[in-house]
Design a protein around this ligand. Structure first.
Ligand code: AMP
Ligand code: MG
Length: 487
């Protein structure tokens, strides 16, 4: 292949080589008119990819899978998964391909993966396509999550294909290039387990250990340590989601990673008015994946991972179950600890304060927010101002102020650290109406609102004048928000 960038960046095909049982060699569909919609130059540099090259016609052929670098061998990965509680034994990449692994500046490998690259043998009834709106949504939200210090897959680029894709209407097609610590999912282990090939299961676990949980590999029972590592990573991750008001929307086991990165931004949304029952996905009729259920669902998914790993945990099944149950018991404790620590930080509590003092304050505040459906994001930021003595903005958000004033008095008596609060309470999140505005404009060919929104959410803690509308709640006219999957 021509082009200097390829001489310096080597794609490995490690998963493709080592897991032939779970990887179908496949090629992307030919893209008629590739055109770049957005490129993540910072991430490109971290991966040793030259942004100028990626913008070139040959670079676009790489980002659409239409040119395959020398050592790469693109594959569709197999995985299973529980979708809304129902087991699907064979999901896999229906419209995606793993191009291969490349080195990141931090010394670790990253998967480079294309979403929307055409039908694969896992496509079932799907058309293999993705459209501009949802791919840009994943780009915006994943990059916002990264800026919020929440582990996530990253987005390198979105390329328009020039193809029209049939959804409710005809929409422009696009391909997202996703970068992840790996694409190992709970569903990958469910798939390996279901083959009955314990050798494959063990190799997959070894691969997960080397890519994500290196320290666990040294443990006397390394597979138990792997499970414990995933539990800790997910407890920490879901606590972070809850602390920023993020609703994933489709926490199926195939959408939960072994690395602890957030993956698969389909029907996700950030909550505005605080509501523990918040659910945005149009297909989540029972509210299975509602905001407040996320920790419980994560634990349920981890139990499915435990079932898959059982043969590796102990030769005796009863003892294996005992080990798994004991390990899983840690999830709640770790989640609660992570959430409480995060909440203490959001409220600016200084070290050494007694839990008996801080916990009731947290609980009462959550109850007040729920009662007044306070805008979750701006309220914490306004509390930062209240810590500096300007309580009006926060007070306006909680009608019937008597209870809140009493709360404020007790909280301020603890001398909350306003600067520390501003470092953890974001000003800018990808608010649903702003995301929709950017996606609608981009679908119509105007990329300016996208660029402005990305600029705001890329530095979420850094309040800037001129960006006021990016910090404000949706206008009343925006109405109840609904999101859609698989688009
Ligand atoms: P998701 O809801 O994005 O996690 O996808 C669930 C499953 O459906 C995965 O196996 C996807 O590869 C597959 N899928 C989603 N959309 C399509 C599509 N348009 N064509 C083929 N497969 C799809
Ligand atoms: Mg998925």
């Amino acid at each position: 292949m021509s082009g200097t960038a390829h001489a310096t960046v080597t794609f490995d095909g490690r998963f493709a080589r080592e897991f032939q049982e779970m990887a179908i060699p496949w090629r992307a569909e030919e893209v008629p008119e590739p055109h770049l919609l957005v490129l993540n130059e910072h991430l490109a540099a971290e991966l040793g990819l030259d942004p100028a090259f990626l913008r070139s016609p040959e670079g676009l052929r790489l980002l659409t899978g239409n040119a395959v670098p020398a050592q790469a061998s693109p594959v569709a990965q197999a995985y299973a998964g529980h979708q809304f509680g129902w087991y699907a034994p064979r999901l896999g990449d229906g419209r995606a391909l793993l191009l291969g692994e490349i080195g990141h500046a931090d010394g670790q490998l990253r998967d480079v993966h294309l979403k929307g690259s055409g039908r694969t043998p896992f496509a079932r009834n799907g058309d293999g396509q993705a459209v501009v709106g949802p791919m840009l949504r994943e780009y915006i939200v994943s990059e916002a999550m990264h800026a919020l210090h929440i582990p996530t897959t990253r987005s390198l680029a979105v390329v328009g294909t020039g193809r029209s894709v049939q959804r409710e209407t005809l929409l422009p097609g696009a391909i997202l290039t996703r970068v992840a610590s790996s694409h190992l999912r709970v569903g990958s282990f469910q798939y390996a387990r279901s083959t009955g090939d314990i050798g494959l299961l063990r190799r997959l676990a070894d691969y997960a250990l080397t890519r994500h949980h290196r320290a666990a590999a040294e443990a006397s029972n390394s597979y138990l340590a792997l499970f414990q590592g995933v539990i800790s990573a997910q407890a920490s991750l879901v606590a972070k989601w809850m602390l920023v008001g993020f609703v994933h929307g489709v926490m199926n086991t195939d959408n939960m990673t072994i690395s602890g990165e957030t993956i698969d931004y389909g029907p996700c949304a950030f909550m505005e008015g605080f509501d523990p029952a918040a659910v945005y996905s149009s297909i989540d009729e029972s509210g299975r994946y509602a905001y407040r259920n996320q920790p419980v669902v994560a634990e349920w998914n981890l139990a499915r991972l435990a079932e898959s790993l059982l043969p590796l945990l102990h030769d005796d099944e009863e003892q294996a179950v005992e080990l798994a149950v004991e390990a899983l018991g840690e999830f709640r404790r770790q989640y609660s600890e992570a959430w409480s620590a995060g909440m203490r930080a959001k409220l600016g509590f200084r070290d050494g304060l007694d839990d008996d003092v801080t916990s009731p304050l947290v609980d009462e505040l959550v109850a007040l927010m729920q009662e007044s459906r306070t805008d979750y994001t701006s309220f914490f930021r306004h509390l930062g101002k209240a810590a500096r003595g300007q309580a009006d903005d926060a007070r306006h958000q909680v009608p019937g102020t008597a209870g809140f004033d009493a709360w404020l008095g007790r909280w301020r008596a603890l001398a909350p650290d306003a600067d520390a609060m501003d470092r953890v309470n974001p000003v800018y999140i990808p608010r649903n109406h702003l995301v929709e505005e950017a996606l609608t404009a981009a679908t119509g060919g105007n990329l300016d609102p996208l660029a402005r929104l990305l600029d705001a959410v890329a530095a979420p803690f850094d309040e800037r004048s001129g960006l006021e509308r990016y910090a404000a709640a949706a206008p009343e006219s925006f109405g109840p928000y609904r999101t859609f999957c698989g688009t």
